[in-house]
Design a protein around this ligand. Sequence first.
Ligand code: CA
Length: 228
Amino acid sequence: MATRVLIVEDEEALATLLEYNLGQEKFDVTLASDGEEGILKIEENPPDVVILDWMLPKISGIEICRRIRSKPETRNIPIIMLTARSEEADRIRGLETGADDYLTKPFSTNELIARVRAVLRRIRPGLADDTVTCGDIRVDRVSHRVTRGEKEIHLGPTEFRLLDHLIQHPGRVFSREQLLNAVWGSDVFVEVRTVDVHIGRLRKALNKHKQGDPIRTVRSAGYALDTK
Ligand code: CA
């Protein structure tokens, strides 16, 4: 099941941008455009994580934070506060009120997504993007199980890490050097051709039941995992 994120933000353009980007990362996103709506949505259907603007019409972010923390059924929901203020005092106040993390505007959506994953890992390890799917391929990062359709796929540790990296950015082409850095680490000396060997093994494993080759070789560029 997708992780449910509630964004309470009155700046419509920002809310829409975040909704789109988190949606691309397979989060199930709900928007609330003021504090009152935010509280209602939290009480109605508690989300897995709340992204909360500090300055909101009707009920402030700080107040929402306080209310989330005061109720047993919502107490443990991770909260990331957004604010235009950068003063240290506000930052501390936000964290004291119960926010788990804090981002000062403007921030990049990648930064926000990274923070969302980090709080989920920290607070609710069971929910932090444990499974990633692309087309009929499914990777469970906790049990290290990979399935394609109904069939279980057995991968070695390196092939698993390769697939795990590719599946997080479906359709994107990675050069052999990028894959080396992401999977083996930049401080390890490995021949670039090694990537080809492991891609070959991954490809063979994924296509064991003749469901089609999901890995695209881009001549002189690298590899990508396609969504079909
Ligand atoms: Ca605002």
